[in-house]
Design a protein around this ligand. Structure first.
Ligand code: SF4
Length: 524
């Protein structure tokens, strides 16, 4: 048992729903208790879809458990097939149904249906949503394509040159309830078209069964979201010989590396190294003098593996931030995240307990948090600016306007979104100089339309920073007054360093002098 209040990912059957709902002509029969239809809301309210997801629930109740639940499954399969006439059927269980072991997938496979039936075995007590999405996508493609797999694999990603046509790639991984997938696909399509590369199949988002069958016609697969598509891409590589790209094009540097990787796999000449500089505004915006104050800003990053990795690179290489915390809830991505953290001199935080993440965030005392919807809440509690970079997300992260994260335009969106929560340079400077303004008070961010005033002024030195409840340490009035002089966004860090110093030197009372001794100590 694990006491859980918030969870980063849903159960694996929600991942399966994401695949079914992203596609057309695919229906999902889900053996689940009454009430599980709550998951429909993720699609109709967060994704704001105009139709219900293509899911038929068996919605069994307590009284059904005394009867024949297997017959209930068969009836729902029959009704769903008659009513929706899908091109492929997914059949699986939710957590509760897994316990009664009706084997709904095997039952449906024995019903002699005319369309392909995919039996989903998603262990709800050990796996989560992204794994469920990846497994469903993989099983669906395997089911549809295994008969086509050649016995002798001789796929040549450069064949387009002899055939006198443009190179063609598939974009695999985008799905509903993924982070900005809708616009990422448009942006990557645009990027590839500029380089004379055609897009064959985009899947699962917007694809039908016939589209999936065309996947082997491409020269190369582009794995846009490894959490969802990596297992499928490696299966296609093993069985059809189709190579796939590993770089996720989020950020200017990563987009360039992605283009170089795709070009070299396709046997094309690599693009000019300064293309990102010309096509994205991020490099110039970040170099312009107005961004100087961003240098060295302490940032804490947490999210799914791909987005956390991309953010770490953008922060350290493209925005000049200092990454003070990096982690992910995607256990499948723990290894690359650990390596990236190590390269930044950090230890990666691999966990799915938001309280642990919040504690690590408070400990690192960053000036900016890049995280999920959960970190938005935690950062709000700690009074730290925050921007959302990854799922889980809320409805505001499925915006009406074009907002990719990938490609050149994605880098523009990222620059705006990540810098916006920070205090603007001039205001930061003025608040540091004059602390007695009645409106522009400590912690106030006028560009965000905060009212400021007494409330903001009061929550200053000690009260706004969660301490460790160490009753042995006491801040003197003059120590606290000195602490208040430190700009609020680095005050948390200064307080922690000073307390650590006091503890190390056996000092019980922290005065202004202790604070400056600690400052000198940590500078040394
Ligand atoms: S079956 Fe699973 S998803 Fe459905 S209500 Fe129970 S715990 Fe939640």
């Amino acid at each position: 048992m694990q006491l859980t209040l918030w969870t980063y990912e849903g159960p694996p059957h929600v991942g399966a729903m994401r695949i079914a709902a992203s596609m057309h002509g695919v229906h999902y029969v889900l053996h689940a208790p009454q009430g599980d239809t709550y998951a429909d809301l993720l699609f109709t309210m967060i994704e704001r879809r105009g139709q219900r997801p293509p899911v038929t629930y068996t919605t069994f109740q307590a009284r059904d458990l005394g009867g024949d639940t297997a017959e209930l499954v068969k009836r729902h399969v029959r009704e769903a097939v008659d009513r929706f006439q899908p091109d492929a059927l997914l059949v699986g269980e939710s957590c509760t149904a897994e316990l009664i072991q009706d084997q709904p997938g095997a039952l449906a496979q024995g019903m002699e249906l005319t369309m392909p039936v995919v039996n989903l075995e998603l262990p709800a007590y050990s796996k989560k949503e992204n794994w469920g999405a990846a497994e469903t996508f993989y099983q669906l493609i395997r089911n549809l394509l295994k008969a086509q797999a050649p016995t002798d694999i001789n796929h040549d990603p450069k064949a387009w040159q002899q055939e006198g046509r443009r190179p063609r790639v598939n974009l695999l991984g985008p799905s509903l309830l993924g982070f900005r997938c809708r616009d990422d696909v448009l942006e990557v399509q645009k990027l590839l078209t500029l380089h004379g590369i055609d897009v064959g199949v985009v899947a699962p988002l917007g694809a039908g069964v016939e589209d999936l069958k065309r996947i082997p016609d491409a020269d190369l697969n582009v794995c846009l979201y490894p959490e969802v598509a990596e297992s499928t891409c490696s299966w296609l590589e093993r069985n059809f010989g189709i190579p796939f790209s590993r770089t996720v094009p989020i950020g200017v540097g990563a987009t360039h590396d992605f283009l170089v990787e795709v070009h070299s796999l396709l046997g094309m000449e690599a693009p000019a190294p300064d293309e990102g500089y010309k096509r994205s505004r991020l490099p110039w915006y970040s170099e312009s003098v107005d961004s100087t104050y961003l240098t060295g800003k302490r940032v804490f990053i947490f999210g799914d593996g791909s987005h956390a990795l991309a953010a770490a690179r953008i922060c350290s290489e493209e925005l000049g931030f200092t990454v003070v915390g990096l982690g992910t809830y995607s256990r499948e991505m723990a290894r690359p995240v650990r390596a990236a953290a190590k390269a930044l001199g950090l230890e990666a935080l691999i966990c799915d307990d938001y309280l642990e993440v919040e504690a690590a965030m408070a400990e690192a005392a960053p000036e900016l948090v890049l995280g999920t919807q959960m970190e938005r809440h935690s950062a709000k509690r700690l009074g730290i600016p925050c921007s959302v970079i990854s799922t889980p997300m809320h409805v505001q992260d499925v915006p009406a306007r074009m907002s990719p994260q990938m490609g050149w335009e994605g880098a523009n969106v990222i620059f705006d979104d990540w810098v916006h929560p920070l205090m603007m340079g001039l205001e930061e400077h003025l608040i540091g100089m004059f602390r007695h303004d009645f409106e522009f008070v400590d912690g106030h961010q006028s560009h965000l339309g905060h009212a400021g005033g007494a409330g903001a002024a009061d929550s200053s030195a000690l009260s706004d920073i969660p301490g460790e409840g160490d009753g042995a340490l006491h801040w003197t009035a003059d120590g606290e007054a000195e602490l208040k002089k430190i700009p609020f966004f680095v005050r948390g860090k200064v307080r922690r360093n000073t307390e650590a110093y006091a503890r190390d030197t056996g000092c019980r009372e922290i005065s202004s002098e202790t604070l400056y001794d600690a400052k000198a100590h940590f500078k040394a």
